[in-house]
Design a protein around this ligand. Structure first.
Ligand code: GRF
Length: 202
């Protein structure tokens, strides 16, 4: 299965997806890495690894206009699935609809806890002893779609948002390729998944 990856910065999850795809038994390949920042570090790595890249700033464009450009690039590259990996832009409903059930995101919390930003700080402030990461289907609401997989990560006394983020990132890099491989290996999207996507679109 052909996958397009959208990033905004560092791209370490993109790298995890890419290197996992090099295994001969991996059921997906990355056909495009696109960013809303032409200087995103992850774009340089993807290009050095021989993956097609596209970088353009969203500044000055309406959300729908920019998303249409990204959509066209993904389709031109032949992508059948989209993986968001640290893509820091809200997506327009039209874009989300066009990839319904075939777009996933990784989020550094145990969803439905701590949607949005500053997840690690919020987990620490709440006194949680376990944090983690989730891969979910993308729907119109931020960090809200059906969860496909999660990894729990221990929170240690003395953790800071930075130390916790670093530990959860290790788990993200393990989780994301595995869940993406499972998703693309399904013959059809299971009914429960599409039902949930439809429900949330209402
Ligand atoms: C990750 O923690 C991811 O869960 C979140 O943004 C961060 C992106 O990091 N959505 P990277 O660009 O993949 O290194």
């Amino acid at each position: 299965a052909k996958v397009g990856v959208l990033i905004s910065g560092r791209g370490s999850n993109m790298a995890a997806l890419l290197y996992a795809s090099k295994r001969s038994d991996c059921p997906y390949e990355i056909v495009l890495v696109a960013a809303n920042d032409p200087d995103a570090a992850g774009l340089k790595l993807a290009a050095a690894e021989g993956v097609a890249t596209f970088g353009q700033s969203h500044k000055g464009l309406k959300r729908e206009e920019f998303d249409a450009i990204i959509d066209a690039e993904l389709r031109k590259a032949g992508a059948h699935y989209v993986a968001l990996a640290g893509y820091m832009r809200l997506l327009s409903p039209g874009f989300v609809d066009g990839w319904a059930g075939r777009m996933v995101n990784i989020h550094p919390s145990l969803l439905p806890k701590y949607k949005g930003l500053d997840t690690h700080e919020r987990a620490l402030d709440a006194g949680d002893t376990v944090g983690g990461c989730s891969v979910h289907i993308v729907t119109a609401e931020l960090d809200d779609g059906p969860v496909l997989g999660q990894t729990e990560v221990a929170i240690l006394p003395g953790d800071t948002p930075e130390t916790l983020a670093a530990r959860i990132l290790i788990a993200e890099h393990q989780l994301y390729p595995r869940v993406l491989a499972e998703l693309v290996s399904r013959e059809t999207s299971p009914d429960w998944l599409l039902d949930q996507v439809r429900e949330r679109a209402l």
